[in-house]
Design a protein around this ligand. Structure first.
Ligand code: NAG
Ligand code: NAG
Ligand code: NAG
Ligand code: NAG
Length: 417
């Protein structure tokens, strides 16, 4: 089963032979065919009909063949979390390389409301949208136990930043469970990833492993890379319960955890093995990081790096370090810290200590191609009217929408024309 699914290329629905049928019918009726031939032609027609129906029945399986404990339809949920800060740059890549690759998957979106939320309107082009939640940011009360358990130094916004992120991730489970009870079914697979993921290649079906939870390689920061996760329903329940499992981690004796080590601890407590794979995406970031990165530092990759970057922080830039320079810097990264695979020239570094460089737009356009460049320009010039139209489109497409009215979201992000 597994082998078969790995060998099978991912393609759109297989076209049936049915468009041929009208032609056969007209031939059959035409006067060129004398009566004696008609039984033969009739037989041929029936044969074609049977073959095409067999072909059709097979189509869904080849279309969506990730391994499942039982045969039949495999149900998959994709949950996108986080802020839409640069979604005009990442959105088109997520559509192309994740959502359109799994057109039968249900999409869930969980994001905080801010002046960039309007960019989520790009998701109206997703094959299916199940639920969109855009919520006003809430302060999550911090307990003493949490302050002991978590380390504030690891996150740009301290413990509150961590709790907010955990809460967004756990929101995926709420939405997914609610959808399951509405439809009386369970998802087989849950893919959790980020709104700020910049994808350069397709999410491959070989990343669905029945016995482990799959995460990207590297960027471990003393734990496990938590920028993407793929697992079956029960493993994903553990992986996504980031807030509610904190007391459990505390009672197991963990302390001073950052996001990655808390994530690792969650899987450990439940004896879930993790597999690290290389994935063709990076995390587009506006944060600044020391350059050149120290051994414990955060490398900022150029989005044009050959990759795969497996979720490393990135931005559009003219690399400050590649080739020979990377051979010097690469070995300094510690594999339990910000390490990202750099050998074979896969990693090219930006100077992350400054803001995005002047002219980054041109660099982005060149790396990302015409289509992505057009989206970037369109969103940059977007007026309220178009924005409302797009968000209304997303709202209509979503089975469930929990968030402000599109007009409110657009007003927040765009100045009135
Ligand atoms: C997930 O995988 C594990 C290990 O193969 C298995 O024990 C568990 O029953 C699976 N859960 C679901 C819901 O399929
Ligand atoms: C994990 O494994 C340990 C040792 O085998 C066992 O004591 C513990 O109960 C297991 N935990 C869970 C949640 O299965
Ligand atoms: C990190 O490197 C050490 C030794 O250099 C090695 O023993 C260990 O397995 C590596 N860890 C991972 C997660 O690759
Ligand atoms: C580097 O490339 C070679 C040849 O393509 C390949 O065998 C090897 O696994 C690659 N190494 C890494 C670390 O990607």
């Amino acid at each position: 089963m597994r082998k078969q699914f790995q060998d099978e290329p991912f393609e759109g629905p297989v076209k049936t032979a049915s468009p041929l049928l009208p032609v056969k019918l007209t031939l059959l009726q035409s006067r060129y065919f004398a009566r004696p031939y008609r039984p033969i032609l009739l037989f041929l027609l029936i044969f074609i009909l049977i073959m095409s129906s067999l072909h059709y029945k097979r189509a869904p399986a080849t279309d969506f063949s990730i391994p499942s404990a039982h045969s039949g339809t495999t149900r998959m949920a994709i949950c996108l979390v986080g802020g839409a800060r640069r979604f005009e740059l990442t959105g088109p890549t997520i559509l192309k390389h994740v959502l359109n690759v799994f057109p039968e998957a249900d999409l869930f979106v969980h994001s905080n409301l801010d002046k960039n939320s309007f960019k989520l309107g790009l998701l109206r082009l997703a094959p299916r949208v199940t639920e969109v939640r855009i919520r006003k940011p809430v302060t999550i009360p911090e307990t003493k136990a949490q302050r002991r358990l978590l380390s504030s130094s690891s996150s740009p916004n301290g413990i509150q930043g961590l709790l907010q992120y955990f809460d967004l991730v756990e929101g995926c489970l709420d939405m997914i469970s609610a959808q399951e009870s509405r439809g009386r079914f369970k998802y087989d697979w849950i893919v959790r990833t980020r709104v700020d993921g910049y994808w350069t290649g397709p999410l491959d079906s070989s990343a669905f492993k029945p016995d482990s939870y799959v995460v990207p390689e590297g960027s471990r920061f003393s734990g496990l890379n938590d920028r993407l996760g793929i697992g079956n329903r029960s493993f994903s329940t553990v992986a996504l319960s980031r807030l509610s499992l904190l007391p459990r981690l505390a009672s197991a004796g963990f302390h001073d955890l950052n996001s990655e080590s808390a994530f690792h601890a969650q899987l450990k407590v439940f004896n879930i093995s993790a597999i690290e794979l290389r994935f063709p995406f990076c995390t587009l970031s506006d944060h600044r990081y020391e350059y050149p990165p120290k051994w414990y530092g955060v490398p900022v990759a150029s989005i044009g790096s050959p990759g795969p970057l497996s979720g490393a922080k990135c931005r559009p830039c003219i690399p400050s370090c590649k080739g020979k320079c990377m051979e010097k810097l690469g070995p300094r990264m510690k594999n339990w810290s910000g390490w990202t695979e750099w050998r074979n020239h896969s990693l090219e570094l930006c100077d992350g200590s400054r803001p995005w460089q002047k002219g980054w737009e041109k660099i982005f356009d060149e790396v990302s191609g015409k289509k992505a460049a057009n989206v970037r320009r369109r969103v940059k010039k977007m007026k309220i009217e178009e924005c409302v139209k797009e968000l209304e489109g997303l709202k209509r497409k979503a089975e469930k929408w929990i968030g402000p009215d599109p007009i409110e979201i657009c007003n927040l992000g765009l100045v009135q024309a």
